[in-house]
Design a binder for this molecule. Sequence first.
Ligand code: DQA
Length: 144
Amino acid sequence: GSILVLNGPNLNLLGIREPQTYGRETLADVEALCRTAAAKAGYEVEFLQSNHEGVLIDAIHAARTTMVGIVINPGAFTHTSVALADAVSGVQLPVIEVHISNVHQREAFRHHSYISAVAASVIVGAGTNGYVLGVEQLIHLVGR
Ligand code: DQA
């Protein structure tokens, strides 16, 4: 089994975008962190970023039969997308929601997440280490 690590809109700009909020590490750095954390337990990672809601939904659907679970940072779709939450419910895979920043210290519109209600676990404000924690927590849930 493999772990799908999904990143939503604007996370391709990680390291460049608002570094005071999201830090200097790039998405390639995050990918390396995820692969290392997963490899410790013998898991591989499929890593995907998209700015398009439908591409993320298609990836969640495809994961149903190929992945043991999903670690997802849905970016701003967290706060807007019923469709993404429905996709997560639909596939019945364990999903760990990750946010680099502590969304609860930020604007009120970032305090609500449609994904949290369908996520097994939520990790916020741990910086890019949140992805490592997310991968570790997913492995804890699915075993080995
Ligand atoms: C984010 C928080 C969201 O509110 C924001 O839209 C993002 C990144 C985070 O990782 O902290 O794009 O998901």
